[in-house]
Design a protein around this ligand. Structure first.
Ligand code: NG1
Length: 450
């Protein structure tokens, strides 16, 4: 399917009684590929994604009642409906109406909505699902754009793009994941021909130039990472463990520096009261967080609380691994990954593709070894990519499946594509041809269209 969808392309498929030419609106919302900076956003550390030309396209119309009706061209997503109102209850995890509900609930709260309007939505998309390209946040942002219009609110006037991103990042927790704000921010604030460095708390974005003689290529491992399904616990283990490490660090730093000292998230070490540099943070971590894995009991001892409190306050239902919780490895990843994002920004500004590629490779290794979010397919795919021309290759997104992103010199593009198809898709997976392997062309941020 072509990556560009126009309003005329879907007009004929719309249920005519719900969408007529008087009340119809359209918007398009891109996915994103994260170039570097994985599992850093919810810790308050930076990320470096870009918007891609794989997009959700949506037609919508306001209704005279408070019913919300959802249709999707993709038949895996059956028509659903719910009532807009004071209390909107989540459907079972994984149900696609939750992403629409997430946007509606957050905006109802923000604008203190009293009379709850209904609307119809029809979705058509070129964005692959559950591949780490942000199909879920793209749907939440779609819902937010639609519902803003239905409420008569203007993007950029009643709410800024950064405010909406922040609101939707929080709002998306409705679906059960505890992610950060990378996806919503780049989708609403990224730009054509640019990578988008994002810093958090408060959200700030910087658009950066891309390399002229290189392209980023996305390759789907074909292993699905269902973040609200089988991978939910594994995904949420990251934020939970990081918040636990943050508390341990705070306790020890308070002893040293005084009780007034607070860190809400790991990023506060770097940008908060203390303003430590990279080496100082690493030194503190080495001093405070034991190497190796820790049992629940050992963590409780460190914090001087009961194991039950550790569960209730931080770990929730995350199972205790047989070898214990790898606190040191997790924080090692987060801190070094943040540093890699900073260096990658410098490499983009200096047009230094080799350094950027090297940082991507180091990022993959840290994601695999320290954050444990890789799988054999992603490791194999990145190895093959490097062998056949990529100067950097890494998993992208939450991990546990999904896609890789590789930095490839334009002159080696054909050689790269042919060999990845042959070696990974055909030889390793036994498939007839490559799946979702494409050059990541950038796209404009989410917008309404005619
Ligand atoms: P994807 O790849 O879209 O599942 C998730 C989080 C991001 C970020 C990355 C890991 C959501 C909506 N997105 O992205 O915030 O934490 O994982 O870097 O939770």
């Amino acid at each position: 399917m072509s990556d560009t969808i126009t309003s005329t392309m879907i007009k004929n498929n719309l249920p005519q009684h719900l969408f007529n030419s008087n009340n119809i609106g359209f918007c398009r919302v891109p996915g994103r590929v994260n170039l570097i900076g994985e599992h850093t956003d919810y810790n308050g550390f930076s990320v470096l994604p870009m918007t891609i030309k794989k997009e959700i396209f949506c037609a919508f119309s306001k209704r005279n009642d408070n019913e919300v009706h959802l249709f999707n061209e993709d038949l895996r997503f059956q028509p659903l409906s719910f009532l807009n109102g004071n209390e909107i209850i989540p459907s079972p995890t994984g149900s696609w109406d939750n992403y629409i509900k997430a946007g509606v609930v957050a905006l109802n709260k923000k604008f203190k909505v009293k009379t709850f309007p209904g609307f119809n939505i029809y979705i058509k998309s070129t964005l692959p699902i559950a591949t780490g390209l942000s199909s879920s946040s793209a749907l939440v942002i779609t819902a937010s754009l639609v519902y803003l219009k239905v409420l008569g609110k203007k993007l950029g006037h009643d709410i800024s793009r950064l405010e909406l991103a922040e609101l939707m990042a929080e709002g998306e927790h409705f679906v059960g994941t505890k992610g950060g704000g990378m996806d919503q921010t780049v989708i609403l604030n990224g730009g054509k021909g640019r990578a988008c460095k994002i810093d958090f708390f408060p959200i700030r974005t910087t658009l950066l130039p891309l390399f002229e003689d290189y392209v980023f290529v996305v390759c789907d491992s074909t292993i699905r990472a269902q973040k609200t399904g089988a991978c939910l616990q594994r995904y949420n283990a990251g934020p939970r463990i990081c918040s636990l490490v943050c508390t341990i660090l705070q306790r020890y730093l308070q002893k040293e520096l005084g009780d007034h000292f607070h860190i809400k998230r790991l990023g506060d070490l770097w940008s908060g009261d203390l303003c430590l540099n990279h080496q100082e943070i690493l030194d503190y971590v080495e001093q405070i967080i034991p190497t190796g894995n820790l049992s629940l009991k050992e963590i409780a001892y460190l914090l001087d609380v009961s194991p039950q409190t550790v569960r209730e306050s931080w770990l929730g239902d995350i199972e205790e691994p047989e070898k214990g919780f790898p606190l040191r490895a997790r924080i090692q990843h987060v801190i070094t990954e943040h540093r890699r994002v900073e260096l990658s920004r410098d490499a983009l500004l200096a047009n230094d593709a080799y350094t950027f590629g090297k940082l991507m490779n180091e990022s993959h290794q840290s994601c695999a070894q320290n954050y444990a979010i890789s799988i054999p397919e992603l490791d194999t795919l990145t190895q093959i990519a490097r062998k056949y021309g990529a100067i950097g290759s890494r998993l992208t997104g939450a991990g546990f499946g999904g896609c890789t992103v590789s930095l490839v010199p334009k002159e080696k593009l054909d050689y790269f594509m042919e060999n990845v198809e042959k070696q990974y898709y055909q030889r390793y997976l036994g498939l007839p041809y490559a799946q979702n392997m494409f050059i990541a062309e950038t796209s404009d941020s989410a917008s309404y269209i005619n």
